[in-house]
Design a binder for this molecule. Structure first.
Ligand code: ASP
Length: 439
């Protein structure tokens, strides 16, 4: 068996956390390939090293003095090195970084040093080989990640290695210029490495014991999810779950490699398994509840709309012309509603309204703001009778008015539109009816 283990920033924020990480790695010799993030926050109002690097580089780019800021970053690493009792020195590395900052090597280069340096420390501490991700993770000229070239280079490079540390978050163009993924991108690196070595498992170690059924800011101590499918997670992530970087699913998904989300501070917990498919029933019919506030509905009415071929296309054309993406389009016989993000739509609303009039000639258009969408997601809902009934009776009991309902034919999710102010009450009501009654 081969495992890739990725550790997030809070798991590597201090020497004490590094020790926990090393214990986890040493406890299982199959944990052969390690992907570290940059040091994260040590306490709640601490600053992540990545953010320190961005700040420091902004000064360098503006031609201002950045010595103090760079020294503060160096001190963060030195604290870890000292705490681990290593004789490693990063002095030369920091000299190079200072020079490259002065030469304006770019924001991507600057941010990537967080993972690069943490990788050097991790490799030294574990006695593993350090692999600079700039050599093995490739971006195309247009800035997109080059998955196939990377997979070729990386699988060859790691083929005969017993162990290695591959820092997260960055790679490089063919010419060697460093490029990072978007924030939180070390999750993607972990997934890329797992694919390249055809790992049996991609373990993603963080500071929570897996993915929770609902947002802990709304529900007190929500239950963790044991197993979630890639598709369910995609629905939940889209609606606001943020345990894993969205793009981290793709590389492992191609190979059918499961992801196991684990807690560095509670390694005894099983965490959450993210899998392609499973015959394991989810514990509560539903797998998770997610949602977002800040939507608008644009309600379009036209008598005999149902007989007019092409009406929907004309309406949606108006949104496309102004580059507004739509979320959901529920429809009635003579009405059609388009849900859009309020902040995207707000500044263009009158233009879109006149475009709809011009293109589709409706009788009336009515806009409603401050709406929230809630996704109730679960493979267990498929062919389970009464799920929708339970949701809506729970919402009625909680005095929540349902403005929109949308169930895809996959039966994997039910989307509900409510007023922003009913958002939390609605999530609580749904959580209670499916989870609390079963506990
Ligand atoms: N260090 C980077 C960030 O803060 C990447 C990561 O941690 O995944 O976004």
């Amino acid at each position: 068996m081969k495992k890739v283990v990725k550790f997030g920033g809070s798991s590597l924020a201090s020497a004490e956390q590094f020790k926990k990480v090393a214990d986890i790695i040493r406890a299982d010799k199959e944990r052969r390939f390690v992907v570290p993030s940059a040091p994260g926050k040590r306490f709640s109002d601490d600053t992540k090293v990545t953010d320190m690097l961005y700040g420091c580089y902004r000064l360098a780019e503006a031609g201002k003095d950045f010595k103090k800021e760079l020294a503060a970053i160096e001190a963060r690493y030195q604290e870890i090195i000292d705490g681990l009792g290593l004789s490693l020195s990063l002095k030369d590395e920091f000299k190079t970084i200072e020079k490259n900052f002065k030469d304006k090597a770019g924001e991507n280069y600057a941010a990537s040093r967080g993972e690069y340096l943490n990788g050097i420390i991790m490799a030294d501490y574990l006695g593993y080989e350090f692999v600079d991700s700039a050599k093995v993770i490739r971006f195309k000229e247009n800035g997109e990640f080059d998955s196939e070239v990377t997979n070729e280079i990386l699988s060859q490079y790691l083929a005969d290695k017993k162990n290695a540390v591959v820092p997260g978050f960055y790679g490089a163009y063919e010419n060697g210029v460093v490029k990072t993924f978007s924030r939180g991108g070390s999750d993607i690196t972990g997934s890329i490495v797992a694919r390249a070595i055809k790992a049996d498992v991609y373990e993603n170690w963080t500071d929570v014991s897996g993915i929770l059924v609902a947002d802990p800011r709304i529900i007190d101590n929500p239950e963790p999810i044991d197993t979630v499918t890639y598709r369910e997670l995609r629905e939940l992530s889209y609606m606001g779950f943020s345990v894993l970087h969205e793009d981290a699913i793709f590389p492992v998904r191609r190979e059918g490699i499961p992801i196991n989300i684990r807690n560095t501070n509670k390694p005894q917990d099983n965490g959450t398994w993210i899998v392609e498919s499973t015959c394991q029933k989810s514990k509560y019919v539903i797998t998770g509840i997610a949602g977002k506030k800040g939507f608008c509905s644009v309600n379009i009415e036209k008598e005999q709309m149902n007989t007019e071929i092409g009406f929907g296309r004309k309406v949606l054309q108006a949104f496309e012309d102004y580059e507004i993406s739509f979320e959901h389009v529920p429809s009635g016989i003579d009405t059609m509603t388009v849900f859009v993000h309020q902040d995207e739509f707000m500044h263009k609303e009158q233009k879109v309204v006149s475009a709809i009039h011009r293109l589709a000639d409706p009788d009336a258009i009515d806009i409603e703001a401050d709406l929230a969408l809630i996704a109730v997601v679960g493979r267990g809902m498929k062919s389970a009778r009464g799920t929708a009934g339970r949701i809506f009776s729970a919402l009625a009991h909680a005095n929540v008015n349902v403005k929109m309902i949308d169930q895809g034919s996959s039966e994997l999710n039910i989307i509900i539109g409510v007023a922003n102010e009913d958002f939390e009450a609605a999530i609580k009501a749904i959580y209670d009816i499916f989870v609390m009654v079963q506990l």
